[in-house]
Design a protein around this ligand. Structure first.
Ligand code: ADP
Ligand code: 5GP
Length: 185
């Protein structure tokens, strides 16, 4: 089974994905996307993302290397490489995707029953702001942009197979673990 994680930025998608990777390192692997945004904080090329130029991104689109890609923020491209899915499946593991809401809906449409799409929901927009500010790696201007976008992204929720409300971490992990055990049976 392939798991697709989507959420407004700051809702806890990375936290949920990292929980699964830590709990089941032999079962899951994260698909590393390409992006044209610069690395943040401690991010490393090939780990969180493949950080590439806009020119290289366009060349890869032309070579049809992406199963999906989006301009998630103005001027910033993000894309899922077909080769990532192949690489992880060759390693005998299950793919986890961390993509934006449109990418998630597209991937689910392409992958069908091979995938479960999971929407991670913040308890409220106010709490989302606190978490983005607390993460301390995003500029105030980007925080405003991401919050404005969050309201729009929340309208995609009904298109997902499952919804996890990330209120407390313990509760969110419990909901997530239930979804995984349902599908791994
Ligand atoms: P995303 O990947 O969706 O952008 P993150 O996983 O980076 O979001 O979470 C955003 C911030 O909120 C991080 O600093 C994270 O530690 C914090 N966070 C995540 N889940 C919770 C929670 N349930 N309660 C409080 N803080 C949380
Ligand atoms: P960030 O810049 O915070 O790492 O990510 C911004 C957004 O881009 C997040 O919602 C993330 O899930 C999304 N994203 C990351 N990789 C991809 C991808 O390959 N495709 C799409 N459509 N979105 C992606």
């Amino acid at each position: 089974m392939i798991y697709i994680f989507c959420a407004p930025s700051g809702s806890g998608k990375s936290t949920m994905v990292n929980h699964l990777l830590t709990m089941h390192p032999d079962l899951f692997e994260l698909s590393v996307s390409c992006t044209t945004r610069p690395p943040r904080g401690q991010e490393e090329n090939g780990k969180e993302y493949y950080f590439i130029s806009v020119e290289e991104f366009q060349e890869r689109i032309a070579r049809d290397e992406f199963i999906e890609y989006e301009q998630v923020y103005e001027g910033l491209y993000y894309g899922t490489l077909r080769e990532e899915i192949a690489r992880i499946e060759r390693a005998g593991k299950q793919v986890l995707f961390d993509v934006d809401v449109k990418g998630g809906v597209n991937l689910k449409r392409i992958l069908g029953d091979k995938a479960v799409s999971i929407f991670i929901c913040p308890p409220s927009i106010e709490e989302l702001r606190r978490r983005l500010e607390g993460r301390g790696d995003t500029s105030p201007e980007m925080i405003e942009k991401r919050l404005a976008k969050a309201e729009y992204e929340l309208t995609f929720k009904p298109q997902f197979d499952r919804v996890v409300v990330n209120d407390t971490l313990a509760h969110a992990f419990k909901q997530l673990d239930a979804i995984i055990s349902e599908n791994e049976r």
